[in-house]
Design a binder for this molecule. Sequence first.
Ligand SMILES: [Zn+2]
Length: 133
Amino acid sequence: MRNAILEHTKRRLDWIKIMADELQQDELEAAIKTAHENGLRIAAHAAEPAAGKAVAASIDCIEHGYGLTYETIKLMAEKNTFYCPTIVCNLSPEYIADRELRIAKLDSVQNPPWSLKAGFLSHLWINGHRESH
Ligand SMILES: [Zn+2]
């Protein structure tokens, strides 16, 4: 993992994206530490529970973030972690209705006094490895 990050520092990238859902905690921490030591920001393709672990380890951006918990969102706000949500068009009316119900429930129960920074990264493939999408 560390060597893969170091390889990308030679390419003058600003950001690198990792698949946090597939990494062990020590790999996740090594990736974040190596990226930061080399002046890169690092984003994580992550759903819970990997998202929470990545935020705790000081990831710069959570992408997708399916199932983010209240605790993770709160920690993201405290650490100024970017959030790059998945925006999908052409969803079914049933999915949209269910999502709106869940959002309304979350707002009414939690009503957080903070907000998250929004981020955006595009798809990029390098050497056959999906780096960002
Ligand atoms: Zn992704």
